[in-house]
Design a protein around this ligand. Structure first.
Ligand SMILES: [Zn+2]
Ligand SMILES: [Zn+2]
Length: 372
């Protein structure tokens, strides 16, 4: 059967002296990991097959001794054949080992988990900086009260499905070296429900669920970023036949701020200095998330200068500290001059020489740092 022969101990990742219990738990761990319903490893099927085969051999003292002494050849001469199975039945083999409850799949009439639901909330940047609690309305499918979720009109009863006798699943027993495997599949007659409803509930048209308006109080943590989602488990659509409800994912949108631009945990803003303030120097209050900060701009402040306010940016989400706030200087040049002002500027220009505009040493460095 097996074309490539792997060392069974390696396959299970146990030592040659492993106890029965160790082998069993190694197998369980691998089987859970490689289960075709769960694993996204493209080779999961093949690996799962090897793991089952290795377990078949090592879990029985007879075949284990044979393998320990004579290897794969010993097994073949001893008449051992690995369990033949097809990929489609892997899930069933798995259930045969562990029972159907391992992945929350109930036996009999199928309970299904409700669908997830998406909601959206818009907040302001200041709220993102502080953290905020918001009531988010959404529509959710919930249990129909008229029929208590079973989809049957009040006073009527469903009838038991004849094909599966109400089990919802059809079983097929296969004998293998490991014992009996019970393979099962959903009954096609009743779609796994085990019962057939002739008189559906009028309220929910037999679905057992109705749409309802709900509100969820969402705690939005300080430092959240635009586009992040917050999950509330079990608040989504109700499951079928009393199955677990789905989750709600709330997408957080942060409205653009009129003065601040956020980049990561940093905030950027601009300050406008008039030409004269920039030339003469001035103390100016600039807005930050935490309130106004007074900044001193010395005489000769240049447009494009960047002032860094350490730790005045956004708080780090679920972390410590805050980003920085950077203030970019814009110098406003007069657009409309009256005669007197024009005269004053002309007089000024006559007195200005090269030294008037000579940059400080290191100006170029500052310029570079502004552009990083
Ligand atoms: Zn109903
Ligand atoms: Zn049935």
């Amino acid at each position: 059967m097996a074309t490539t022969e792997h060392d069974y101990y390696d396959v299970l990742g146990v030592g040659r002296a492993a106890s029965e219990q160790e082998i069993k738990s190694a197998f369980r761990g691998l089987a859970r990991e490689l289960h075709p319903d769960v694993s996204d490893d493209p080779n999961a099927d093949e690996r799962f097959k090897q793991v089952v085969e290795a377990y078949e051999v090592l879990s029985k003292s007879e075949t284990r001794q044979l393998y320990d002494r004579f290897g794969h050849a010993g097994l073949r001469s001893g008449g051992f054949r690995p369990t033949p199975f097809d990929f489609g039945s892997l899930a069933d083999i798995f259930s045969a080992f562990f029972g159907d409850d391992v992945f929350g799949v109930a036996t009999g009439p199928r309970r299904t988990r409700g669908a997830d639901l998406a909601a959206e909330v818009e907040i302001e940047l200041e709220e993102a900086a502080e953290g905020v609690s918001r009531a988010v309305p959404f529509q959710v499918a919930e249990l129909c009260e008229t029929c208590a979720g079973d989809g049957v009109a009040p006073g009527k009863s469903p009838r038991t499905c004849q094909r599966c006798n109400g089990a919802g699943r059809l079983e097929q027993v296969t004998r293998t070296a490991l014992g009996e495997f019970v393979r099962s599949q959903a009954c096609p007659e009743c779609a796994g429900a085990g019962r057939i409803i002739d008189d559906p509930c009028q309220e929910c048209e037999g679905a057992g669920r109705v749409l309802a308006e709900r509100k969820l109080q969402i705690e939005i943590p300080a430092g959240i970023h635009d586009g992040q989602r917050i999950r509330h488990s079990g608040e989504g659509h109700a499951g079928a036949l009393g199955g677990q409800a789905g989750d709600v994912y709330v997408l957080v949108r942060i409205n653009p701020h009129p003065q601040f631009v956020r980049e990561g945990d940093d905030i950027y803003s601009t300050v406008n200095l008039s030409m004269t303030d920039a030339a003469l120097g001035k103390r100016v209050k600039v807005p930050t998330l935490g309130g106004e900060e007074e900044l001193e701009f010395v005489a000769g402040t240049q447009p494009g200068e960047v002032r860094r306010l350490r730790g005045l940016g956004m708080p780090v989400l679920q972390g410590f500290g805050r980003g920085d706030h950077r203030v970019l200087v814009n110098v406003a040049v007069p657009r409309h001059l009256n005669d007197e002002q024009r005269q004053l500027l002309e007089d000024f220009a006559k007195t200005a020489d090269e030294r008037t505009y000579q940059p400080d040493e290191g100006f170029f460095e500052k310029l570079k740092s502004a552009f990083r």
